[in-house]
Design a protein around this ligand. Sequence first.
Ligand code: IMP
Ligand code: MG
Length: 178
Amino acid sequence: MNKQIIIHDKAFELFIPEAEIKKKIKEIAEKINKEYKYKNLFFVVVLNGGFIFASDLVREVELQCGISFVRFTSYKGKVSSGNVSQLIGLTDVVNDKDVIILEDIIDSGSTLKYLLNKFNDYKPLSLKIAALLYKTNPIIPKEDICYTGFEIPADFVVGYGLDYMESGRNLRDIYVMK
Ligand code: IMP
Ligand code: MG
């Protein structure tokens, strides 16, 4: 039986061990090392979930590159009752750069779609996506992700940067909710 853990009120079992994640990240980095040799590489990391994926990946990349971070903040509108999501951190530092967006996971695809639209206000030389985990969705087709770690079913996962109710981000392996 796979290793099991409890986070808050839910049980999770081991899904992708650390060694497999590390191997996959090395493969992605090798591709980037080849494909961006003569380019102006710049990583845009989506927080919070992307922080561990990004820190492991960029240290396997042997090219000169820049790194910057963006984040979605969700706040309750004072007038409207709806949740409003805002993007912070995207600046014109990405102009004239060969940008790779680093995402922990593509689930519905709506976060990434929103972020890609925001890039229309800037002028990157090129724009590609790397996602550690990909769930099949109707918004972002698989072919649009240049560097994919693992294609996974539509189950909830935690660890290696990903949280369940703000816990579990520091787990070395990825676990799936039972
Ligand atoms: P989206 O549905 O593609 O817009 O994903 C939005 C965000 O939800 C992701 O960037 C993650 O931070 C989070 N998320 C989606 N699926 C999971 C999951 O299985 N575990 C933990 N976080 C998730
Ligand atoms: Mg995320």
